[in-house]
Design a protein around this ligand. Structure first.
Ligand SMILES: [Zn+2]
Length: 817
């Protein structure tokens, strides 16, 4: 093929540029085609691809949770210097909170994994996960090691270091401060630095990977005057290609962690935080870190026989990054690099550091693909892969460049096959070549849905499918590839059953069970079958019909008598069955829980939810006459119709307008209502004139950062006769057994003497915290503030949580009662 202008086809600036290149190929001096104006986004992509050829180093950032990574440094290292950057996360962060939606635990982990991928995309880094369970906040490394195993943490870190072969490692975590999972991660990475290089450590890994000596390990310095050898990254420089500062890019990455927000909307006027790191470990014979170092790699050198083979192409001795708006010249330089076998070496040299050669050679492939405008894509038909069913997948190669591309081979890999596809042998500019894969998904392929059930088994990102194209431009070979993850699901998937668990109380146990079920047909044909619910002494079902890819929301009501006795510790199965035989395609088990919790008769409750349906479901389970309130209701409606109003957790963060309506809520209390307020964080609650936030409680409450993280921390009844602990349900220690996650967080540090403190609790060896449940009369009503995590117990279906919640909403009486 020839790079000849196709003027009949496209008369455009690009065609002119092609003409210029054709002249260059004939040995004439190339001229700048001033009217050739590629898109800025393409410029950034091409700039990155050729910058990457100048940097053969890998930096790893180690973090306990998503959003603990140093996004600023990762962004600068890749976007400014072209470093290959990877980040390694101990967990998916599923023990955290969710500021934007109802998902918690494993469902939150799925979202946070995806947020991390999106943040990494902005930073230009690659995320990897060690897959430890995030069990929520802990105060010490020891508590974390009890859950994870210190040796297992070391084993997984060592394996990833041996696989990814970083030259230096950076981490935000030291060994003593903050979250116990941070301390544990900070402690074990110190050990992993040495262990990865030691063949006696985890020798079974050496069948798959080799030992690897990291050169340097750095820990983020706190405070301005860090001692020892340091490097400093200032992210406030403007990226000349993207037109924003690296700090702005890093903030855009941080904002992808939306569940952990709110994040600042803009970089502060004084600029983004400068990252300073202190050297804490280095390998023998590593060159000294120079004074004033600007990256963790400064001063490092590759052995000469490797370095001499990893030289980036140039034009007239200048780096290709200076020629981004002359992309055809860049392409010629890249083609020449491939012709002279840049980034390769004799076998004995490659064997010294094979992964680095592989990295740099694949970066040259990537640069050739970007410069030629070639991309490979995979598009599976339908909504998911179904074991035993045929999958049709289109592999396509697009040519958005200006020259012809020769296709030598297109290979598909996945679902147990490795197959060459029939495809055209040549692509003109502006065209696409496609190949079709038709393969039956093996019956043995494991499901990847629901994703929350695959957080730890390596199938979170779906079944991997890959396509690789071997291509040539003007006789110069290069490879372009893509890999995607595809969900594997049953033919008909149960997307959701609600509520789970199903909680009843004396007020509701005689009522029919009612489930909401959402289904999706993943088959290529319409599905006709049965949706059934079965349990001890109950069975019901009905016919369903779903078109391919159709999602259906079904209500299913199960009538049954006198369930109370049976319901304790039993389950019901929700299944989708083929009509004949009645064989299940999909099944979800729903635990039934009976809570002996009653609410005082005639109570009318209004509630303002924050992030999920926990309050709504709990009030339904308790059989309470309840109304979900909106901000508008609080602003305008007659609140005196309610006996109790409940504000879900972090209410002033979830609804910022609530601060301005707080007087209406206090007036409601004054007039005789009970206001029950779940916990807020310090920066969401404490008075702050700069945010126009007054004291929100009728008498002052100042919350602190104190938490009680041990689920079995002893709880003392400070006021055993207080109605909150006695009416209508008599609360005992049994109601505090089997808690999930923690006791509470952001406990009040100071409170006005008008309040009665009802409960005390503390983690081992700490002073009791007494502010977790505060109650005060105010006007004719009552104000209750609580930082115990009742909502997590309600959500988990813990009877004690229901009994205490019933007492909280039953507390106090309106004057007219
Ligand atoms: Zn963290």
């Amino acid at each position: 093929m020839k790079l000849v202008p196709q003027i009949t086809r496209i008369f455009s600036p690009i065609a002119v540029a092609v003409f210029v290149l054709a002249l260059a190929a004939q040995g004439q001096q190339p001229q700048r085609a001033d009217n050739a104006q590629p898109q800025p986004a393409d410029n950034a992509q091409l700039h990155q691809a050729v910058l990457d050829l100048t940097n053969p180093w890998t930096v790893m950032c180690v973090a306990a949770h998503p959003d603990d990574e140093d996004g600023s440094s990762l962004t600068v290292l890749r976007r400014k210097y072209g470093v290959h950057t990877v980040s390694l996360f101990s967990t998916f962060g599923e023990g955290g909170q969710n500021a934007v939606g109802p998902e918690l635990y494993e469902e939150l982990g799925v979202i946070r994994a995806r947020e991390t991928m999106a943040a990494a995309e902005v930073q230009g880094s690659e995320p990897y996960f060690l897959g430890f369970k995030d069990f929520g906040f802990s105060k010490s490394a020891e508590e974390t090691f009890r859950a994870w195993g210190e040796r297992e943490l070391l084993r997984r870190m060592v394996l990833q270091i041996r696989r990814l072969r970083p030259d230096t490692i950076i981490t935000n975590h030291d060994t003593t401060s903050g979250h116990g999972q941070h301390q544990a991660t900070g402690r074990v990475i110190l050990q992993a630095f040495d262990a990865a290089a030691d063949p006696k450590q985890f020798p079974e890994q050496l069948k798959e990977v080799s030992v690897w000596q990291v050169q340097r390990l750095f820990v983020r310095s706190r405070g301005a005057d860090a001692a020892g050898q340091t490097f400093t990254i200032d992210p406030n420089e403007t990226d000349p290609v993207r037109g924003t500062t690296y700090a702005q890019q890093a903030l855009a990455g941080l904002q992808k962690h939306a569940t952990q927000g709110p994040w600042p909307k803009t970089v502060p006027a004084g600029g983004g935080r400068i990252s300073r790191y202190t050297l804490v470990k280095q390998a023998p014979n590593t060159p000294a870190l120079p004074a004033g170092a600007k990256t963790p790699l400064d001063g490092l050198k590759l052995p000469e026989q490797i370095a001499s083979r990893l030289v980036a192409p140039t034009i007239d001795g200048k780096p290709l990054t200076e020629f981004i708006d002359r992309r055809l010249e860049v392409l010629v330089a890249l083609m020449n690099a491939r012709r002279v076998a840049a980034f390769t070496a004799p076998q004995d040299v490659v064997a010294l550091d094979p992964q680095r050669f592989k990295l740099m050679s694949s970066r040259l492939d990537k640069a050739l693909a970007v410069a030629t405008g070639v991309a490979v894509n995979l598009n599976p038909e339908g909504s998911a892969l179904v074991p035993g069913e045929k999958a049709r997948i289109t592999a396509s190669i697009s040519n958005n460049g200006v020259g012809d591309i020769q296709i030598k081979q297109l290979t598909f890999r996945g679902l147990g096959v490795d197959t060459k596809l029939k495809v055209a042998d040549k692509m003109l500019p502006g065209t696409e070549a496609t190949g079709l894969v038709e393969v039956t998904t093996p019956r043995t392929t494991n499901f990847t849905v629901p994703a929350a059930e695959h957080l730890y088994d390596g199938r979170l990102f779906g079944e991997p499918l890959a396509a690789e194209a071997e291509l040539a431009v003007e006789g110069v070979n290069f490879t372009a590839r893509t890999e995607i993850g595809r969900e594997v699901a049953p033919g008909v998937e149960i997307l959701e059953v609600a509520p789970v668990p199903y909680v009843t109380t004396p007020a509701t146990s005689q009522k029919p069970l009612e489930f909401k079920v959402r289904l999706q047909n993943h088959l290529a044909t319409p599905f006709r079958g049965l949706l059934r619910v079965r349990g001890p002494n109950l069975e019901t079902g009905r016919e369903i019909e779903l078109q391919p890819e159709q999602i259906d929301a079904a209500n299913i009501v199960v009538r049954s008598l006198a369930l109370t006795g049976l319901m304790q510790n039993s389950n019901v199965d929700v299944t989708v069955d083929w009509p004949n035989p009645k064989e299940p395609i999909a099944k979800q088990v729903v635990p039934l829980i009976y809570a002996e919790a009653i609410v005082v008769a005639g109570r009318k409750v209004g509630y303002l939810p924050s992030y999920d349906k926990t309050l709504s479901r709990a009030l339904t389970s308790l059989g309470v006459d309840a109304k979900e309130l909106t901000i508008d209701d609080i602003a305008k409606s007659d609140l005196s119709v309610y006996n109790t109003i409940v504000l879900d957790n972090r209410p002033y963060e979830a609804h910022p307008e609530l601060v301005g309506l707080n007087d209406r809520l206090l007036k409601f209390v004054e007039d005789g209502g009970t206001l029950l307020v779940f916990y807020s964080k310090t920066n969401e609650w404490n008075p702050d004139p700069s945010r126009n936030r007054p004291q929100l409680a009728p008498y002052p409450i100042i919350v602190g950062d104190e938490r009680v993280t041990e689920e079995d921390a002893p709880v003392t009844f400070l006021q055993p006769r207080n109605p909150l602990l006695n009416f209508p349900n008599r609360i005992t220690q049994a109601d505090f057994a089997n808690w999930v996650q923690e006791r509470g967080l952001y406990f009040p540090r100071e409170w006005d003497p008008h309040y009665t403190a009802v409960l005390a609790t503390s983690d081992k060896g700490e002073q009791p915290l007494k502010g977790g449940l505060l109650v005060a009369p105010y006007g004719r009503g009552n104000y209750i503030y609580t930082s115990f995590v009742w909502y997590r117990q309600l959500r988990a279906g813990l009877p004690g949580g229901y009994r205490m919640f019933a007492n909280l909403i039953s507390y106090g009486r309106r004057k007219e009662d």
